[in-house]
Write a protein that binds this ligand. Structure first.
Ligand code: LRH
Ligand code: MN
Length: 431
């Protein structure tokens, strides 16, 4: 085992050899079935193998709510241990070669050290995330907002933080900054809607001006929380207006949990693609609010319908279509590593299913208003068990056919529990 692999590669090979024949049998029989629909399973597998989603560094710690957080044993205590844990997700699942860091949670004196640590695992950095939703010692408070705060000095502080994140991201090789602000109000009358958005745009124009030429800024909208009456960037419409106002380097990031339960998110995705403003995604799932549950765990059909729009855009080579894919989940009751391995595979599976849609047949039924057959064409792809494709892509990339089983067999969590003494039991909050 080299010092750059946390799981013994021999163990992965040994465990794969026990189930490889079953996988080949399942894969070949699925291949025959797809061939009857003139679909080449190997072409689909190659596309799935190239599909990547970033892990959130804040996702490998145990998540919590405002009521409590119940830390797992062997929690990562700093960004270096978080990168180690993310490398296990990549080594076993082979779908997550990049990390999305969050500052100041992941701030270190020399960001080059972080790059070195990730490089050693063959990993890189996706978008960096700023944080003007928590106060820092010795700084002005964001209690009444950050980029939209009535106080110019607080707004300047928030702008400076975002520019610092760009500098940290440059040192990591990142090419994008994600800006989510919790700014909003809890009472009607607390702030003027128009003034708040004007302040937001003025602040973001300064952040935008600091972007290197080859960078982008991802604006993340959210319906509510921490504000409970109004949120300045509350929906995709406001997000789109701001991204358009700022310029072509500004695009709209869709966090699946940031919409009211009944919202048609796949249609929002289609709109943002049509107008070349789709930045990418924070994948997770939810039933009520921003629950940050595992992707596809509550509404896998919605995730498939989102990928149906993405694959349609990919196949028609939609102008400027190059979304960033990231997970953004909070793991309150599972082992975060297991959840992230599983969620990355679930997202890959949604992509695989969307690739199986017979698009010329679908277009024909849509043109002839054969409603039922149009819907059945989508459902046929959705109801196809693509697990053999995702597992084959994983195995061929050197990963584990059954990554969670190998993770457990390796005893990684137990080993980390020995190495990493438990910290801050009983605290609350998402991280
Ligand atoms: C806000 C959000 C945002 C992150 C935070 C951890 O709810 O989705 O993307 O900064 O979670
Ligand atoms: Mn998010």
């Amino acid at each position: 085992m080299s010092d750059h692999e946390m799981i013994d590669t021999q163990l992965i090979q040994d465990e794969n050899s026990k189930i490889e024949n079953d996988l080949s049998t399942d894969y070949e029989s699925l291949g025959e079935r797809l061939e009857r629909h003139s679909i080449d399973i190997r072409a689909i597998t190659a596309k799935v193998a190239n599909y990547a989603v970033a892990t959130p560094t804040w996702g490998v710690g145990t998540g919590g709510t405002r009521f409590a957080r119940f830390p797992n044993p062997g929690e990562p205590r700093n960004i270096y241990e978080k990168i180690d844990d993310c490398s296990v997700i990549y080594q076993l699942g082979r779908a997550t070669p990049t990390l999305s860091p969050h500052f100041p949670w992941d701030r270190v004196d020399d960001p080059a050290e972080l790059k070195e640590r990730a490089d050693a695992y063959g990993m890189g950095f996706d978008a960096v995330n700023s944080n003007t939703f928590q106060d820092q010692p010795g700084e002005e408070s964001y209690k009444y907002g950050s980029l939209t705060n009535a106080s110019a000095s607080v707004r300047d502080q928030a702008v400076a933080h975002n520019i610092e994140c760009i500098e940290l991201g440059k040192a990591l090789g990142s090419k994008a900054l994600t800006v989510w602000v919790g700014d909003g109000t809890n009472f009607p009358g607390q702030q003027d809607f128009t003034t708040s958005l004007e302040r937001y745009l003025d602040s973001m124009r300064e952040v935008y001006a600091a972007l290197p030429d080859d960078w982008q800024v991802f604006i993340e909208h959210k319906l509510y929380e921490p504000a409970f009456y109004s949120t300045v960037i509350q929906d995709w419409g406001t997000n789109y207006i701001c991204a358009t106002e700022l310029g072509e380097k500004a695009k709209c990031l869709v966090d699946l949990g940031h919409h009211a339960p009944t919202v048609n998110i796949e249609m929002i995705v289609a709109r943002l693609i049509q107008f070349n403003k789709l930045a990418g995604f924070h994948f997770n799932d939810s039933k009520y609010g921003d629950d940050d549950l595992d992707s596809g765990s509550i509404d896998p059909f919605q995730l498939f319908l989102v990928f149906n729009e993405l694959v349609a855009a990919e196949l028609r080579d939609a102008p400027g279509f190059d979304p960033a894919y990231m997970l953004d989940q909070s793991h309150n009751v599972t082992d975060p590593i297991e959840s992230l391995i599983n969620s990355a595979a679930t997202v890959q599976g949604s992509y695989a299913r969307a690739l199986l849609v017979d698009r010329s047949q679908l277009a024909g039924y849509q043109q002839s208003n054969d409603v039922l057959m149009a819907h059945k064409t989508l459902k046929l792809a959705y109801e196809t068990d693509v697990a053999p494709i995702v597992a084959m892509a994983r195995m061929q990339a050197g990963g584990a056919i059954d990554p969670v089983a190998v993770y457990r067999k390796a005893g990684y969590r137990e080993e980390k529990a020995r190495q990493r003494p438990a910290s801050n039991i009983g605290s609350s909050g998402i991280v």
